[in-house]
Write a protein that binds this ligand. Structure first.
Ligand SMILES: CC(C)(COP(=O)(O)OP(=O)(O)OC[C@H]1O[C@@H](n2cnc3c(N)ncnc32)[C@H](O)[C@@H]1OP(=O)(O)O)[C@@H](O)C(=O)NCCC(=O)NCCS
Length: 172
């Protein structure tokens, strides 16, 4: 961020979602996702997630993160639903800023870990989570951490499909 030409001069702010944001979010989802399924569910998620935060530049929405604390019998697990950034504004730290915001809130909610799922062909997102300190977790490691029943419950919540990549970060 902070490049010298005018197009790249901006002040980024991160704030809570408001219902009137939905039209801009719909447009953003159309640009950020190729799949109709993700376009649809990311917009639904913005309205339904316990937490939705917006990255905004000069009144324009350029990024969204949707997340929740997921309550298991013995722990609170942070769960990222969707994160997406306007293609023209990617690689400038906006996704990272949104993720940090979510991690801070989830930590305050009692989560010691944050989880996210990506499809195996979404390389950009895999590199993004890895750069942000997330580690790939094989299913059997997840089961060891959470127990089989809780893992099953959480995977259902995450809408996990066989072959998806599970990421997890331990919060400090
Ligand atoms: C994933 C996504 C949210 C990242 O947002 P972003 O604002 O571009 O991320 P950042 O600028 O904070 O990137 C942080 C780091 O992640 C890695 N990274 C992010 N995008 C990358 C890319 N296209 N190629 C390689 N590495 C990438 C880099 O290490 C980057 O640091 P660097 O730019 O200093 O090298 C964005 O690519 C996106 O919206 N993708 C489409 C929607 C999607 O698939 N979302 C995830 C599923 S819900």
């Amino acid at each position: 961020m902070g490049e010298s030409d005018d197009k790249h001069q901006y002040v980024l702010s991160i704030r809570e979602f408001r219902p009137e944001d939905i039209r801009q979010i719909r447009n953003l989802a159309r640009l950020a996702f190729e799949s109709e399924v993700d376009r649809y569910w990311s917009v639904v998620g913005a309205q339904k997630a316990p937490y939705t935060y917006i990255a905004e530049i000069n009144g324009n929405i350029v990024g969204v993160i949707e997340f929740e604390p997921f309550y298991l019998p013995n722990s609170v697990e942070g769960h990222i639903w969707y994160i997406f950034v306007h293609p023209e504004y990617q690689r400038r730290g906006i996704g990272t800023a949104l993720l940090r915001k979510a991690e801070g809130i989830l930590s305050r909610e009692g989560a010691k870990r944050v989880w996210a799922i990506t499809s195996p062909d979404n390389i950009k997102t895999q590199l993004f989570f890895e750069k942000n300190g997330y580690r790939r977790i094989p299913l059997d490691e997840m089961k060891k951490l959470l127990g089989s029943t809780n893992t099953k419950k959480f995977l259902r919540r995450m809408v996990y499909f066989e072959g998806d990549i599970i990421y997890m970060k331990v919060l400090m």
